[in-house]
Design a protein around this ligand. Structure first.
Ligand SMILES: Nc1ncnc2c1ncn2[C@@H]1O[C@H](COP(=O)(O)OP(=O)(O)O)[C@@H](O)[C@H]1O
Ligand SMILES: [Mg+2]
Length: 375
């Protein structure tokens, strides 16, 4: 088939490339473009026709490395080759160059005789993939966060179990002791033991809570979740706090655990309200709940065609620098009396919906973004 593909022709069987978020092209070793997918078209800012009439060497700020790598791949000196480069974008997409990671691989376009046959010869085309470097780092970071959260969860769960078992014994022994001893002063000591054991028990219960109850799956409407949370938080802070809503009501229902999601959103909104105490007193505290549909979303390693995004934004002082990188870890708290479990639990619940929570924070504008894939 390679022999009959001319630049600009649609190459049959490669339509799926248009579903990819990474930029993909098939080029000749001399740079002539046989095919460009829609991601590439969008990022460069040229129509597909124009792209397919152009030469890949013109796409990059420095063409020399591409030429050299393409030649080596086409000559089968290496099967794949990677390098970093700068992609030239056209004016309407914002001036300038976009840092990309380039991957070149051999591709066999097939043909009547198969590889090496008269139609397609190995070496007459290479597959060119480009990933925005920023996107790549974001994905790596998300993956690391998820791995860390999983590791922490495991640690906390084991620890909680270890603490819980002897706790019952300590409490029971203190109660027996209380029956045996005389005098109010001494009894006060046993009461302290019982009280502190109960406090520890409550903490352990909260640590184990996400693992306790099996998820109850049903149809969830994200706006019902938001409205419940809004009502709860306004009941707690009836004055000085405005909770704005900006909903995209076209978001479809999805399968999930409604109570878990209410808890997750509530924990985030609650944190926002707590960070806003100063403004609540002044009467200009604002939280906004904003929903949107997002397309072609990557969460961790998985890709989803559609997802919902719920942004929870507040105009508080921002997440303290000291805890910013660790807020999703258990027992990390930036405030007096905090347990540091709220966001860990929220992240666990959202992950159970194949989603993720991310945070962007600056003084006056903190946004927690919940992403949940839609069917
Ligand atoms: N909207 C917010 N504004 C400022 N800081 C926040 C916000 N949300 C969370 N934080 C910070 O993240 C920390 C961790 O939150 P969380 O896991 O809920 O634990 P806790 O609320 O018990 O401290 C909080 O203590 C706070 O310092
Ligand atoms: Mg909290």
């Amino acid at each position: 088939m390679a022999a009959i593909v001319k630049p600009g022709d649609v190459v049959p069987g490669f339509e799926a490339f248009d579903q990819l978020a990474t930029m993909v092209a098939i080029v000749r070793p001399d740079g002539r473009c046989l095919l460009a997918n829609s991601a590439l078209e969008n990022v460069i800012g040229l129509s597909r026709r124009a792209l397919q009439r152009s030469n890949a060497f013109e796409w990059l700020a420095d063409a020399a490395p591409l030429g050299e790598h393409a030649r080596r791949v086409a000559a089968n000196l290496v099967a794949t080759s990677r390098f970093d480069a700068h992609l030239r974008r056209h004016a309407q997409h914002g001036q300038g160059e976009l840092p990309v990671h380039v991957i070149l691989s051999q591709i066999d376009l097939g043909g009547p005789g198969g590889a090496g046959g008269p139609g397609g010869t190995r070496g007459d085309a290479v597959l060119l993939e480009m990933i925005e470097i920023e996107q790549q780092t974001r994905q790596d970071r998300e993956e690391r966060v998820q791995e860390l959260v999983t590791a922490h969860k495991e640690l906390v769960r084991n620890l909680a179990h270890e603490i819980r078992n002897p706790l019952g014994g300590i409490r029971g022994a203190a109660q027996l002791l209380e029956l045996e001893i005389e005098g109010r002063e001494l009894k006060e000591y046993t009461r302290v033991i019982v009280h502190e054991a109960d406090r520890l028990q409550a903490l352990v219960d909260r640590l184990l809570a996400p693992h306790r109850r099996a998820p109850v799956v049903g149809d969830v409407n994200i706006h019902e979740v938001c409205e419940r949370v809004r009502a709860l938080v306004l009941a707690e802070f009836p004055r000085g706090l405005t909770v704005r809503r900006d909903y995209d009501i076209s978001i479809p229902e999805f399968r999930g655990d409604r109570e878990q999601l209410i808890q997750a959103v509530l924990n985030i909104v609650h944190n926002a309200a707590q960070a806003l105490v100063g403004r609540i007193a002044a009467g200009d505290a604002r939280i906004e709940l904003r929903t949107r549909v997002a397309r072609q979303v990557t969460v961790g390693r998985q890709r989803f065609r559609l997802a919902l995004e719920l942004h929870i934004q507040d105009n508080g002082p921002g997440v303290p620098d000291t805890v910013r990188d660790r807020i999703f870890q258990p027992l990390v708290s930036g405030r007096e009396g905090g347990s540091g479990l709220g966001l860990t639990l929220a992240q666990t619940f959202v992950q159970q919906h194949q989603g993720i929570i991310e945070c962007e924070s600056a003084p006056g504008r903190t946004v927690f973004k919940i992403v949940i894939p839609l069917p």
